[in-house]
Design a protein around this ligand. Structure first.
Ligand code: B12
Length: 332
């Protein structure tokens, strides 16, 4: 049975954390002022974990360094590399002895952190398969293999099917070399091209695996305080009811991971998930993270009706139009 350790690097550079410039929000700790870390739930990890567990008996755990940093009352490490080493060499993680380490990297400021975490993991877990995925590895694989020798492979785009393939493979390193959903140094040298393997019907992904996160720790999310209309700030959960976006905005890299075609969860499934979030996790506010929630307006209105029917409220951090519409229809 495989044991996966997911790792989310800090979404902030070390310099900006210890010495926040004027344009970076600050938090106060006992040992001084530090840059704010954003502690949003890593939906990609929750989805990957749910998907591999649907088909296999894999165990999964998570270290989200944003949460670890946010909780610390003091921070005195001379570099993030030393901080990562300190956390990951704890008996808890050595004892877990992961067979696969999955680093999830969405934000470019995490680039150096991702490299440092991989190096640290290679040192602590020398025979573990180390892979990374998310927007940064999908787009920067040449740079990553230039700057590090610690990754066995990088995932190209959405990771549910590639990760399941890796878990099911007997010879994992050979599987990584032979599969176009995974990027390896040798494949790049051979000039091989890589491809996406999207899940067309998102309902194939089970209810996200919230067991892998300490939910209360995410309730401290400093971002949410920026949204004055959310009254009970600790009772919100992010959701993604669709993937993909048809637009070609020059500033957005989302399509490189999720593609330009819209894919959806069914309305029935959205209702089931929201109800479960409300009943099982006490969620009152749904935060839509969809890239293009309004792609199908009829569907969007049906979803807003579900939110209303379940006596919940909703919000979007992503799309201003969605936000306005949601506020208009729900009278937030
Ligand atoms: C939700 C979201 C946020 C949330 C936080 C998300 C989080 N968990 O931390 C909030 C609203 C706070 C946010 C803020 C910002 N965001 Co944002 N955000 C998104 C958004 C819309 C969705 C991310 C998500 O949850 N996706 C859903 C899950 C299911 O997909 P996923 O995480 O990509 O995971 C899948 C794959 O990537 C892959 N995968 C991921 N990890 C791994 C690991 C392994 C091992 C494997 C095999 C596979 C794998 O498999 C997963 C499942 O399919 C993305 C766009 C997008 N659609 O991805 C932008 C995006 C990530 N954000 C972006 C940006 C620019 C920002 C901001 C800088 C905006 C701003 N100016 O303030 C801030 C910075 C936040 C920070 N951390 O400092 C950019 C990142 C660009 C970049 N190169 O850095 C994106 C790509 C959008 C864009 N415009 O291009 N964001």
């Amino acid at each position: 049975m495989d044991k996966i350790l997911f790792i989310v690097p800090p979404n902030i550079k070390y310099e900006d954390f210890v010495n926040p410039p004027d344009n970076v929000k600050m938090v106060s700790k006992k040992s001084g002022n530090f840059g704010t870390v954003i502690t949003d739930m890593p939906l990609g990890v929750l989805s990957l974990s749910a998907y591999v567990k649907k088909f296999t008996t894999t165990q999964t755990r998570l270290v989200d360094f944003n949460i670890v940093l946010n909780k610390l009352e003091n921070f005195g490490f001379p570099s993030f590399a030393e901080f990562f080493h300190d956390v990951l060499s704890a008996p808890k993680w050595k004892g877990y002895a992961p067979s696969i380490i999955c680093i999830s990297v969405l934000f470019t400021p995490s680039y150096q952190n991702m490299l440092d975490i991989a190096e640290c993991c290679r040192d602590i877990f020398p025979i573990t398969v180390i892979v990374a995925g998310g927007g940064v590895p999908t787009n920067m694989y040449n740079e990553i293999f230039r700057d590090s020798t610690c990754f066995d492979a990088l995932c190209y785009g959405e990771g549910e099917k590639p990760l399941l393939g890796l878990v099911e493979a007997d010879d994992k390193l050979q599987h990584l070399e032979e599969n176009p959903l995974w990027i390896t140094r040798r494949e790049i040298e051979r000039g091989q091209s890589f491809k996406h393997d999207f899940i067309e019907n998102l309902d194939e992904i089970p209810f996200y695996d919230f067991d892998v996160v300490e939910i209360d720790e995410y309730r401290l999310n400093p971002t949410i305080s920026a949204y004055p209309s959310i009254r009970r700030k600790k009772h919100n959960f992010p959701v993604m009811t669709s993937r993909g976006c048809v637009h070609r905005c020059c500033f957005c890299s989302s399509h490189t991971v999720h593609g330009r075609k819209m894919r959806y969860h069914s309305i029935t499934r959205v209702r089931e998930d929201f109800k479960r979030l409300r009943d099982q996790y006490g969620v009152e506010t749904i935060i839509f993270q969809d890239d293009h929630f309004m792609a199908n307006k009829q569907r969007a209105f049906e979803i807003i009706d579900i939110v209303k029917e379940l006596q919940m409220t909703a919000f979007s951090q992503i799309h201003w139009l969605c936000m306005l519409l949601t506020e208009k229809y729900l009278r937030l």
